[in-house]
Design a protein around this ligand. Structure first.
Ligand code: HEM
Length: 528
């Protein structure tokens, strides 16, 4: 019997009525009362009306009626697995984070892969970004590295996130299309947002149709900070490299797979893990200091840019192994709550405006999605280290303080007075000087939207370039409005002539339009 499969028995002699015999536990209500009949409601007479007093029936339907919770507002469709992270070497030179302190240390982890735009029941092979979210249950608290399989993002500022997601999901009037591509609203918005160009190149590339989760890279996208025991900080970009290699499917394969098996990716991961072929990824760090950040051609706080590996090589520091499927999809994969705000001592944020917005958004949405501020007590979300605080009550409180004091400071003795802050072991933010006027304008250092898009296109093989061009042609040919198509072509002219010309030819556009304005508005102009 393979892992995850159960033996099953045929009813003897065609018998279909099953009762608690042969060591089978009796069926009970939620109150623990043994149920005598799970086939028939209590009625008045053999053919008469149902009776309200039938509490096992009412409880069963009540619970069923409330099974659904809201799906995630993005990344609704996902698949999770358990595993561990193993550190190759001590990183105490750059961080005091517990999981990186000694070679060989293993930290339990839970990973959820996802698509972004589709609903919970959508197909795995959609052309889309893939989420790559990792929860590390470290000995000093949970650290969530909530990444994607593409190293950059569509937007620079979190204030645009609702717009890009609204435009990517189904149109509000007709409720279709589900996919973020093949969509007038999506192409309308991105053709008006030059900052999305770099990401568009990635999303039209083979990266957006991975062969399976096992063959994808992962990226933290933003620049983060590591902090050592002396409080010194280093900038860091996080990378996951699949030991299985990087593989994609072709677009026509993706379409066929979507039709034949919309669960292709989740089935692949389940099959690999349950047959003992545990997938692995290596964690790589790009580490750099302020001096590099100051001379780098782009702003390290701009999430639409990456840092080329030629400029800052990747230091491989550990591996992630997925070796256990979930016991229950809902309890684990659905109820897991990742949050960029979940960092541990030794890891910190930067001022990337997208990251700052994300830090607000995840907790906020999870209260809505999971329904109670106590979702951190669910086993999949609970830290595997001591937890002690004075937060209490609320719906489903499962871990209230148990002694007299529920406030501090207090003068109760040890054991009664509860926990105290610890400036030595506790989390400290990296010190950073802040000056400046309150303003809403973006810095000039965020203004170049095309150079890295061009570098990406040039770095592709001719076959991969063809795939990118074909993908643009396929997607834009689905737009009903010509002006959207032409505006997008006007944006692609900033990227590369071969790209713009190739897409125009595929769309049957002879005369290339003028390039669009390179930035949405003069970024340094202050209102009078
Ligand atoms: C999920 C917001 C950008 C990766 C989510 C969720 C929200 C959200 C509300 C649903 C969370 C839940 O219900 O548990 C935002 C905002 C962003 C942003 C406001 C920008 C301002 C990004 C970026 C990445 C990313 C740049 C990748 C680096 C993910 C992943 C998930 C997710 C992987 C799924 C987590 C899971 O599997 O449960 N995001 N997001 N998001 N986001 Fe973002």
């Amino acid at each position: 019997v393979r892992y995850g499969e159960e033996e099953f028995e045929r009813p003897a002699g065609g018998e279909t009525h099953q009762t608690a015999r042969d060591g089978r536990p009796p069926l009970t209500t939620q109150q623990g009362v043994v149920v005598a009949d799970n086939q028939n409601t209590l009625g008045a007479g053999a053919r008469g009306p149902a009776l309200l007093e039938d509490f096992p029936f009412r409880e069963k339907l009540f619970h069923f009626d409330h099974e659904r919770i809201p799906e995630r507002v993005v990344h609704a469709r996902g698949f999770g697995a358990h595993g561990y992270f193993e550190t190759y070497e001590s990183l105490s030179d750059v961080t005091r984070a517990d999981l990186f302190q000694e070679a060989g240390r293993r930290t339990p982890a839970f990973v959820r892969f996802s698509t972004v735009a589709g609903n919970k029941g959508s197909t795995d092979l959609a052309r889309d970004v893939r989420g790559f979210a990792v929860k590390f249950y470290t000995r000093e608290g949970n650290w969530d590295l909530v990444g994607n399989n593409i190293p950059v993002f569509f937007i620079q500022d979190a204030i645009k996130f609702p717009d890009i997601i609204h435009a990517a999901k189904e149109a509000p009037d007709r409720g279709f299309p589900q996919a973020q591509t093949a969509h007038d609203n999506f192409w309308d918005l991105v053709s008006l947002l030059p900052e999305s160009t770099h990401m568009l190149l990635w999303i039209m590339s083979d990266r957006a149709i991975p062969r399976s989760f096992r063959f994808m890279e992962g990226f933290g996208v933003h620049t983060f900070r590591l902090i050592d025991a002396q409080g010194r900080s280093t900038f860091v970009k996080f990378h996951w490299k699949p030991k299985q290699g990087l593989q994609s499917v072709l677009w026509n394969e993706a379409l066929k797979i979507s039709g034949a098996d919309p669960d292709f990716h989740r089935r692949d991961l389940w099959d690999a893990i349950t047959s003992g072929d545990f997938p692995e990824w290596e964690l790589g760090l790009q580490l750099f200091d302020d001096e590099f950040a100051d001379r780098f051609a782009f702003d390290v706080l701009d999430p639409t840019k990456l840092i080329p590996e030629e400029e800052v090589p990747i230091r491989t520091v550990g591996r992630l192994v997925l070796d256990r499927v979930v016991d229950n999809f809902f309890a684990e994969t659905e109820q897991v709550a990742f949050c960029t705000q979940n960092v541990v001592p030794g890891i910190d944020f930067t001022d990337d405006p997208l990251l700052q917005g994300r830090n607000f958004s995840y907790l906020d949405t999870q209260l809505k999605r999971l329904g109670s501020p106590n979702f951190t007590s669910l086993p999949i979300n609970a830290p595997k280290c001591p937890v002690a605080h004075f937060q209490q009550d609320g719906h489903m409180a499962m871990a209230n303080p148990t002694s007299r004091a529920n406030y501090e400071p207090n003068s109760w003795g040890p054991g009664v007075g509860g926990p105290r802050e610890d400036p030595v072991r506790g989390f400290h933010s990296a010190p950073a000087a802040q000056v400046g006027e309150k303003r809403r304008l973006r810095p000039d250092s965020f203004a170049d939207h095309y150079s890295q898009a061009r570098q990406f296109f040039i770095s592709q093989t001719p076959v991969e370039q063809r795939h990118i061009i074909d993908a643009f042609v396929f997607e834009l040919s689905k737009c009903e409005r010509d002006d959207i198509r032409l505006r997008m072509l006007g944006g692609l002219r900033h990227v590369h002539d071969d790209l713009a010309r190739g897409v125009a030819d595929g769309l049957g556009v002879e005369q290339l339009p003028e390039p669009v304005e390179a930035a949405r508005r003069p970024i340094t102009d202050l209102p009078p």
